[in-house]
Write a protein that binds this ligand. Sequence first.
Ligand code: PHE
Length: 343
Amino acid sequence: MDIFQQTEALLQEVQEAVINNPEELEAFRIRYLGSKNKLKDIFAEMKNVPNERKKEFGQLVNSVKQAAEEKYAIIKEALESSATATAGQDIDLTLPGDVVTLGARHPIQLVKNQIIEIFKRLGFVVEEDREIEDDWHNFTALNMPEDHPARDMQDTFFVQVNPDVVLRTHTSSIQVRVMENQQPPIRILSPGRVFRNETISARSHCFFHQVEGLYIDEQVSFADLLQTLDFFVKELFGKDTRIKLRPSYFPFTEPSAEVDVTCFICGGGGCNVCKHSGWVEILGCGMVDPKVLENCNIDPKKYSGFAFGMGVERITMLKYQIKDIRLLSENDTRFLSQFRAAF
Ligand code: PHE
């Protein structure tokens, strides 16, 4: 090995040196940077290097020195900072641990998930979509053309510059979108937030959550709707729960009904929650109007279906006897933390 090769080897040695602690760092310093360091021996050979290569040799030796200095400085700093990070941390392992308080699911989420879980068992799949809708999907396709008086039932937030754009007033808009894109059989559940221009009070808010359902296939009948709802209320409120249908009106269903259940607080005997009637209203439903199917390119002669829709806030308030709907959107942890044990 000539002196050039020896110097190259030394450079490699410096680069590959492993240093894990202050002792190893000191050994490295003595070996490459100390008063009797290895470079000095090599440098002493300068006199034997031919004149024309002296410059090249000098540069090479210098690069080894630089590499050693840099490595020393970097590792020194790293060792010192990790030393200060752990300094003074005499950990008392006998101390009790910090209490990490668990978060709680929001009651709306709890009830929504419960509703979804029940219908999933009947083969319904969840479909979600946008909160900002156009007129067609929120109204017109659902048999509510412009100037239809039923539009007044749902006080709507319009985007002023373009009245064709609305905040959806119900999640039936999702059902329209699914029907436009899929042929039956369709069995979907559409949960989501909806918006209505209502005065905020203990009983109503300008936004709330709905879960709506839609089932379309050949020969779907009103009896299927009844069976489905009966199964649902028994699962959600208990097996003794009964349903009662009152004729009602929705533009997109015919016939339409509102569904009451026997009060699950008093069992039908009469209490504050059911206002002593023994029944509480929980949802709206009906057979999908053939015109709606037609609007979505589904043949009403071949297919029929039912739809239903419920307000999650309403069911949550009934279930947990919450007296003011505003509590559900105020994010007060004193209120929310009470649902920690609910699931
Ligand atoms: N979309 C209706 C509403 O928001 C609820 C509903 C859905 C009623 C399906 C009947 C059938 O008021």
